[in-house]
Design a protein around this ligand. Structure first.
Ligand SMILES: [Zn+2]
Ligand SMILES: [Zn+2]
Length: 124
């Protein structure tokens, strides 16, 4: 594995919240160009180590965010005021999935879900 990819996967693994390619670029102290960051992200996503989702907010616009894949996966909360992502811990939707599968006669393979609102400091 190249040095750049090693650094990249370390940053994503240690992060508590999803990161954009721009965030990662900054965290890598810009030692590698943005194109290298994107190539690395594509590599890890194809490999299944990293997952991503597209999210829009008033400050960052539409952006893709990357995080380490885990089983069961984690859900995130985005604060609409300070634009932080907060981890909500591991997914607790298995029961809902089973119910939906039974109700609609489908086999669910995955779901994407995030929450938005105000964090505790912005609510006060
Ligand atoms: Zn906030
Ligand atoms: Zn889930």
């Amino acid at each position: 594995m190249t040095k750049a990819r090693k650094a990249l996967i370390e940053i994503i693994t240690e992060a508590e919240a999803p990161l954009s390619a721009g965030d990662i670029h900054v965290l890598m102290e810009q030692r590698y160009d943005l194109a290298t960051v994107y190539r690395g992200l594509n590599y890890f996503e194809k490999q299944g180590t990293v997952e991503s989702f597209t999210f829009s907010c008033s400050r960052e616009g539409t952006e893709r965010y990357y995080y380490r894949r885990a089983h069961p996966h984690t859900h995130f909360f985005h604060c609409a005021s300070c634009h932080r992502f907060i981890s909500l811990g591991t997914c607790r939707l298995q029961d809902l999935e089973h119910q939906l599968e039974a109700d609609h006669d489908v086999a669910i393979q995955e779901h994407t879900l995030y929450f938005t609102g105000l964090c505790s400091s912005c609510r006060d």
